[in-house]
Design a protein around this ligand. Structure first.
Ligand SMILES: NC(=O)C1=CN([C@@H]2O[C@H](COP(=O)(O)OP(=O)(O)OC[C@H]3O[C@@H](n4cnc5c(N)ncnc54)[C@H](OP(=O)(O)O)[C@@H]3O)[C@@H](O)[C@H]2O)[C@H](O)CC1
Ligand SMILES: [K+]
Length: 505
């Protein structure tokens, strides 16, 4: 699924109107109907109490006016407060004209701020994708008043004051802190960035029949990776295994991992690789890890390094279709020499994680040795060590795209919406997973899963990476359903990889 800019959503409206021979007024009615049905599901009249709708002068406000009419018809207690402006959109004026006369309407003029009780449910229909500059004056005063009220806020399309696809020019300008943001057709880029979470709240997307063709062919570097069942046009799926598939199809992977006190990372990554469907797995660990791997992962073959505490030698890399290095590796200079030798010696698909990433960060010259389509899996801190300190999440996305293009690699930037950047600069935001996965070893599991799918000879590099990230998050969601988010441990992820992958077929 593509993610569009604010400007593209306006073109999407026009494309929909033309393609479906409908009108903007009818499209607004679809939006309002979707909003009303969302509210009926999440805040039915007896739960909502009084609903106060704050409406701006454009089509965001128009959505609010149309919604007020529908809620009023559904027996909600509705009150309106309108922001005065020197011009109003046509669809705003239409919905203002057809508003039931018995709905109380006040004006958000200078000094007259609406009374908002903590129990009031506020609908923020002040500004949406038409916002072009920071809020000032009366609009800013209303938003500040709303944020202080402690009321539950449902934002229409965007929390007012936030731009859909760019950083705030004035961080001091007020932005609505919404409990929920309900948008149409597809999420905005702003919804996927951690710095905006306090304003967006929990985001939802309602289908209002917007032109799927326009969305599909829109020119954008931003995309979503969704479960096949979650989208009418799945663009990632795991091919089913044919009867005559055999071990070589699914590859022989080598995992270089572990050091004294961190052999568990190797155990977790190995387990994930095996559960991820790899044909054969060989795990190279320091001497201290040999018995541990052989005992905990009998399905894997094991190579013990001559050194007891860390990996000091690179095994022969020829027999493998993919090689992973990093989980629990430690920072010993001998292990760094192994990484450098691996980079110099092989063109086999690589997955580089954790300590091995930090080694690349400290020795940037090694980046020039990365084979094409190498997979790097930094979290935000590791990415900063690979590039530079970033001023905000948008700047980090620019750096991410530039890095992937410069080094022709696939970068998995781990976070709430893990972003996969491809060598062509396109970015795919993952939509599965939960905060319970912020637990030790979760990254080791992802590395193992990435290694398994990169060893799968049927999968192109980008598809393998998107599927691994999707399955990892989905395994986390399946596991959290059993253990709860707090109780989730990385081993639970390994246990749920099989069921997660089955839902991607
Ligand atoms: N397909 C869809 O997603 C649909 C979306 N709909 C809704 O339409 C809005 C977008 O409506 P639009 O009229 O383009 O703009 P807004 O309502 O967001 O803003 C209204 C005007 O406010 C002015 N503006 C911009 N920034 C500020 C500011 N900081 N302070 C004051 N005023 C501001 C701006 O006009 P200017 O000429 O002053 O720039 C805006 O035009 C979308 O969000 C959805 O809610 C459709 O209803 C259904 C389909
Ligand atoms: K809004």
């Amino acid at each position: 699924m593509n993610i569009l800019t604010a400007a593209q959503t306006r073109q999407l409206d026009q494309a929909t109107i033309k393609e479906q021979h409908t009108t903007s007024t009818a499209l607004m009615e679809r939006a309002a109907t979707a909003l009303a049905s969302w509210l009926l599901r999440h805040y039915p009249p007896q739960v909502a109490g009084e609903v106060l709708l704050l409406c701006g002068p454009g089509n965001n406000g128009g959505d609010g006016l149309a919604l007020a009419r529908l809620l009023f018809g559904a027996d909600y207690a509705v009150r309106l407060a309108l922001l005065p402006a020197d011009k109003y959109s046509d669809d705003y004026q239409y919905n203002h004209h057809v508003l039931p006369k018995t709905i109380p309407v006040s004006e958000l003029s200078a000094g007259a701020l609406p009374s908002i009780q903590p129990g009031t449910l506020v609908v923020d229909a002040l500004f949406g994708t038409g916002l072009t500059r920071p809020l000032t004056g009366q609009a800013a005063a209303v938003v500040a008043h709303l944020n202080e009220s402690g009321a539950r806020v449902v934002a229409v399309d965007m929390p007012s004051g936030l731009l859909a696809d760019a950083p705030q020019p004035d961080p001091a300008a007020p932005v609505v802190r919404a409990t929920h943001t309900v948008s149409f057709g597809l999420p905005k880029l702003a919804f996927l960035l951690p710095q905006n979470a306090e304003f967006v709240g929990e985001w939802h997307v309602e289908d209002i029949g917007l032109s799927a063709n326009f969305i599909a062919q829109a020119d954008t570097p931003w995309h979503l990776t969704q479960l096949p069942a979650a989208t009418p046009r799945p663009d990632v799926a795991l091919p089913r295994r044919t009867k005559f598939a055999y071990k070589n199809t699914f590859g022989h992977a080598l995992l270089l991992a572990g050091s004294r006190g961190k052999v568990g990372a190797a155990v977790l990554a190995a387990g994930a690789c095996l559960r991820g469907g790899v044909g054969l797995l060989t795990v190279a660990v320091p001497g201290c890890g040999y018995d541990i791997i052989q005992t905990t992962r009998p399905e894997a073959m094991c190579l013990a390094d001559a050194q007891a505490d860390f990996i000091s030698a690179l095994p022969a890399t020829k027999p493998y279709q993919a090689i992973g290095i990093g989980p629990g590796l430690g920072q010993d200079v001998a292990s760094r020499a192994v990484l450098e030798k691996l980079l110099r010696e092989t063109q086999v698909p690589l997955v580089i994680d954790a300590d091995a990433l930090n080694m690349l960060g400290e020795h940037r010259d090694l980046l020039d040795l990365l084979p094409e389509n190498t997979v790097l899996t930094p979290h935000i801190g590791e990415f900063a060590r690979l590039t530079e300190k970033t001023k905000d999440d948008y700047h980090r996305l620019d750096l991410l795209r530039a890095f992937a293009q410069q080094h022709r690699c696939l970068v998995v930037l781990k976070g709430a919406y893990t972003a996969v950047a491809a060598p062509d600069g396109h970015v795919y935001f993952n939509t599965t997973g939960n905060p319970g996965m912020g637990t030790g070893g979760s990254g080791d599991v992802l590395t193992g899963l990435l290694l398994a799918l990169r060893a799968d000879q049927r999968l192109a590099p980008l598809l393998a990476v998107r599927l691994a990230v999707l399955a990892h998050g989905h395994a986390g969601d399946l596991a959290a359903a059993d253990t709860g988010e707090a109780g989730l441990v990385a081993g639970d992820l390994v246990q749920h990889i099989g069921p997660a992958l089955r839902q991607l077929e």
